[in-house]
Write a new protein. Sequence first.
Length: 325
Amino acid sequence: MIETTLWHPVAQPQDIAQAPVPVRLLERDLVLWRDGQGQLQAFADQCPHRGARLSLGSVHAGRLECPYHGWQFEGSGQCVQVPALPQFTPPASNCAVRYAVQEAYGLVWVRLAEGEAALPAFEAEGDARLRKLNCGPYDVAASAPRIIENFLDMSHFGFVHEGWLGTREATAIEDYRVEPLPTGLRATGCKAWQPQSNLHSTQPAQVEYTYEVTAPYAALLTKVPEAGTTAVQDWRESIGLFICPLTPETSRVWFRLAVADFESSDEKLQAFQHTIFTQDQPVLESQRPQRLPLDLRAELHTAADKASSAYRRFLRSSGITFGVC
């Protein structure tokens, strides 16, 4: 399936130190570990000898050791030692299943099959005027596409985020523009009246949003409140949403924040995003079906939903099958 050719976030680099770490992706069990050069490696969490979980093992002299019979594997995946046969040289066929892995945006990314897709873009990463930090992970009983669609949706602000990103007295959504992109879509001219649009809001403000779907399970928003409504001059922020699809109906979620604030603590900045997402989470987990319906006739739509409708069309045209119905 096409999802295996995409890069997916699975962990944070700082969580992989001396011991192997189990993770899950697209219903597959993987193990992350660091070799003798400190390089990240991603293997199937299954020893090719008798199927034991390699994540229950340990790392010795830069090799991953199986907990069952002590077989040792190098970063290439090749078995180089079988303790029961000290003089035995394992052939090339004695190897663990290895996957492509890399670090970016403060996360570990894995690709299960060869493909041409690049990492989801996060344009703010190279902007020295913005501070970057992550928020999460959150384990959510909802499909990755349901979570992306919620991220694109402004008409829930006055209800789910009342007093924060919206108010019941100002729920009308002005018309906005949606254009297709090879990676998904871009929505511009999106506006919302918000009592507290960010951590440094000093008064309610009209906020302009730009949304971009940067991969089937990744999205980005940029928000700019009207001038004079924040304690930080020229405030702007970008928020990347990166999702690991664990199963078709469960996900692990991270947010990448890029903000014009170098004074507040990480904890304070993360707390605002935490508040917003934990307001979303119970609603997301209540949706039925948990998988996102791609048949536009399965649920009702209005002009206010045209970004999410475009997202569904993109998923269908891309051949995405994981997390949808």
